[in-house]
Design a protein around this ligand. Structure first.
Ligand code: AMP
Ligand code: FE
Ligand code: FE
Ligand code: ZN
Length: 288
């Protein structure tokens, strides 16, 4: 069997492997195809693409955008994002705005954490991040290093998560905005880990009907956090709304230590046929 991974993160956002390291690990794991889908940035794509060429491995240029719904965050993946140019100009401009809003939020998170007595700063989080996107996982790592939480999960539960003492919301796009924006580049747009959104099934169904109109192409049925029941539901929803299927581990390196590249939790593996089906769909849509 040949396997793929269409959802991974590098140091360009909140993963801990550089794009080159990430591709090397994917090659060592004998994956046929890898997508890099960093949050809110395309910054790691060139580096990863070059290494994939050296490793003779298939590579898909991607990114992930977070959106707000009444049931919490919904994430969307753009897959096969074109190279930097006219088609990506709007996306690049919008992602730049998102990163600016992140910065304002991060300054406030740092302030709240300092008020709680922790010796952290935005600069320290940014230095740790190294890449272009600084997020809560970097503050979680700082809190771990200070020894004030036992792991990142606890950092989110006590401080950084929605019910945490240092929580600061950030303005997010709507799902409709994110789908249209990713779609405007010509990318294949997939809803990431649909079952991590705690929406009742009827509401998810309704959301998907609307997003399909907006250009949504696929559902990430296969994901580390999906159990067999979640996969079955996603396959059923995809069939009902004429959506393709995608899948990936959501690998973040040390930031999510129980997930390794190409292997999610619970024995997740994504078969090459998922890639073949998406490629067939792209050809039918007039993509490359
Ligand atoms: P941000 O993008 O800055 O709002 O941070 C959200 C990111 O933090 C997500 O994409 C996950 O990678 C990570 N994350 C969210 N919740 C947790 C958690 N409970 N434990 C560890 N990482 C988390
Ligand atoms: Fe993340
Ligand atoms: Fe996500
Ligand atoms: Zn992700």
């Amino acid at each position: 069997m040949t396997f793929i991974d269409l959802h991974t993160h590098s140091t360009a956002s909140d993963g801990t492997d550089s794009p080159t390291e990430l591709v090397r690990k994917a090659a060592q794991a004998h994956l046929a195809v890898l997508a890099l889908t960093d949050h809110d940035t395309l910054a790691g794509l060139e580096e990863a693409e070059q290494e994939a060429k050296r490793q003779n491995m298939g590579f898909v240029r991607g990114c992930e955008i977070s959106t707000a719904t009444p049931w919490g965050e919904a994430h969307f993946l753009g897959l096969w994002i074109p190279e930097k140019g006219e088609k990506t100009a709007l996306l690049e401009a919008e992602l730049e705005k998102v990163r600016q809003q992140r910065k304002e939020r991060n300054l406030r998170i740092a302030e709240k954490l300092r008020t709680l007595g922790f010796d952290v700063s935005y600069e320290a989080a940014a230095a740790l991040a190294g890449g272009t996107v600084v997020g809560r996982p970097h503050f979680a790592a700082l809190l771990c290093a200070l020894g004030v939480v036992k792991d990142r999960k606890e950092a989110f539960r006590l401080y950084l998560g929605r019910d945490g003492l240092a929580y600061v919301p950030r303005r997010l796009m709507s799902p409709q905005e994110a789908v249209s924006l990713l779609k405007s580049t010509g990318a294949v747009v997939s809803m990431a880990h649909p079952r991590l959104l705690h929406a009742p099934v009827e509401e998810l169904d309704h959301l998907l009907a609307g997003l399909k109109e907006q250009g949504l192409d696929a559902l990430e049925a296969y994901h580390s956090e999906h159990d067999a029941g979640d996969v079955r539901l996603c396959v059923e929803l995809a069939s009902r709304h004429h959506l393709q299927l995608s899948g990936g581990s959501d690998y973040h390196g040390l930031a999510k230590p129980n997930i390794s590249i190409g292997h999610g939790k619970g024995g997740l593996r994504v078969g090459f046929s998922v890639y073949e089906e998406l490629m067939k769909y792209r050809r039918e849509q007039g993509g490359a």
